[in-house]
Design a protein around this ligand. Structure first.
Ligand code: NDP
Length: 318
C-alpha cells in the first residue's frame, strides 16, 4: 500500500528494485512483516533464471524445475503475501536525504523509507551469432547450473579468469574432457586457480585461441577455434559451450551514490545487506561476484528484508 506525498509522489515503506530470487525473497519477507513492499521488476522480470532451462540445484524441487517456471512461483508467492508487483525500470535515484527517492521509467518518482536493491548482474557474452542461436541448447553462462546435463561428455569453456578456472575445474569432475579457450598466452586467474587447472589432466587448454563459431544446428556439436598468432583454424567436437568471461553488475544508476568495488559490485557491510547509506540495502548478484547462485541470492534477499525491517523499527518508521 502506498500514500501520496505533498509533492505528488507515491510514498512507500519499502521499495524493492529487481525481480530475481533476491528481490522476490526480500518481498516475501517484507510483506509478511507488514512492510507493504512495492517491487519493480525491471526489464527482465524474473531475472537471469528466465534465460536458463532446467534448475536442479534449488532445494525444494526434487524433480528440478524450468528456470522461468521457478521465477513465476517466486512471483506468485510474493504476490500472495501482499507485494505490490509492477513492471517498470528504476532509472535514477536520489539518496541525498530521507525519504529516499527512486525514479521509475524516467518519469515518476517513488519515495521510500527503505530501499532494497536486487538488480542482479548480467553475464557477458562473446556476441557472435552462433552463440546467441544456441543459447539454452548447449550454450550456457553457468557451468554450475548446466554442467550436470553434459556428464561424461566433452565440453568447452571460454575465459581465463577465476570464474572460468573455477567452472573448468567443476566441469572436469563431471565431464570427459574440458577444452578451455584462452585468448592470450596466459591466464588472468589467481595463481592458485591456474595451478589447479594446469594440474587437471582432463582440462585441455587452447592458448591464443578465439572462438570463431559455435557449431551445430539445433544443439551444440562443436566449436571452431582461431589461433590469433598463426591464423590457423581448427574444430573440436563438444556438446556444450560455456561462456565465463565475466559478469556486469546492474548497478549503473547507483554509481557515485553507493560504495562499489572497481567492477561496479555494490559494497555491503560484511555479514549484512547494509550499504553506505542508511535505509538502503543490497542483495543478490549486484553485491555478490563470488557465489552467484539462486539460493544464495534468495538468502541475501531474506537478509535485506530483515535488515530493512530492523532499520525501519529503529528509525521509528515501522
Ligand atoms: P574477469 O574479468 O576476472 O575475467 C574475465 C576473463 O574472460 C579474462 O580471462 C578475459 O581475458 C576473458 N575474456 C573477456 N572477454 C573475452 C572475450 N571476448 N573472449 C575471450 N575471453 C574473454 O572475470 P571473472 O568472472 O573471472 O572474475 C570477476 C571477479 O570475481 C575477479 O575479481 C575474480 O577474481 C573474482 N572471482 C573470485 C572467485 C573466488 O575468489 N573464488 C571466483 C570467481 C570470481 P583476458 O584475461 O585476456 O582479459
Amino acid at each position: 500500500m502506498s500514500t501520496e506525498t505533498n509533492t505528488g509522489n507515491e510514498k512507500v515503506s519499502c521499495l524493492i528494485i529487481g525481480s530475481g530470487p533476491a528481490g522476490y525473497t526480500a518481498a516475501i519477507y517484507a510483506a509478511r512483516a507488514n512492510m507493504k513492499p512495492l517491487l519493480y521488476q525491471g526489464i527482465q522480470p524474473g531475472g537471469q533464471l528466465t534465460i536458463t532451462t532446467e534448475v536442479e540445484n534449488y532445494p525444494g524441487y526434487p524433480e528440478g524445475i524450468q528456470g522461468p517456471e521457478m521465477m513465476l512461483d517466486f512471483e506468485k508467492q510474493a504476490a500472495r503475501m501482499g507485494t505490490d508487483i509492477r513492471y517498470g525500470l528504476a532509472t535514477k535515484v536520489d539518496f541525498s536525504g530521507h525519504p529516499l527517492k527512486v525514479q521509475i521509467d524516467e518519469e515518476k518518482w517513488i519515495e521510500a523509507d527503505s530501499v532494497i536493491i536486487s538488480t542482479g548482474a548480467s553475464a557477458k557474452w562473446l556476441g557472435i551469432p552462433s552463440e546467441q542461436k544456441l543459447n539454452g541448447h548447449g550454450v550456457s553462462a553457468c557451468a554450475v547450473c548446466d554442467g550436470f546435463f553434459f556428464k561424461g561428455k566433452d565440453v568447452a569453456i571460454v575465459g581465463a579468469g577465476d570464474t572460468a578456472a573455477e567452472e573448468a575445474l567443476y566441469l572436469s569432475k563431471l565431464c570427459n574432457n574440458v577444452h578451455m579457450i584462452v585468448r592470450r598466452h596466459e591466464m588472468r586467474a589467481s595463481k592458485v586457480m591456474q595451478d589447479r587447472v594446469l594440474k587437471t589432466s582432463n582440462i585441455i587448454i587452447h592458448w591464443n585461441a578465439e572462438t570463431d563459431e559455435v557449431l551445430g544446428d539445433k544443439k551444440v556439436e562443436g566449436v571452431r577455434l582461431l589461433n590469433n598468432q598463426t591464423g590457423e583454424k581448427c574444430e573440436i567436437e563438444v556438446s556444450a559451450f560455456f561462456v565465463a568471461i565475466g559478469h556486469q553488475p546492474n548497478s549503473d544508476i547507483f554509481k557515485g551514490v553507493l560504495d562499489m568495488d572497481e567492477a561496479g559490485y555494490i559494497k555491503t557491510i560484511p555479514g549484512t545487506s547494509k550499504t553506505n547509506i542508511a535505509g538502503v540495502f543490497a542483495s543478490g548478484d549486484v553485491q555478490d561476484k563470488i557465489y552467484r547462485q539462486a539460493v544464495t541470492a534468495a538468502g541475501s534477499g531474506c537478509m535485506a528484508a530483515l535488515d530493512a525491517e530492523r532499520y525501519l523499527g529503529e528509525a521509528g518508521l515501522h
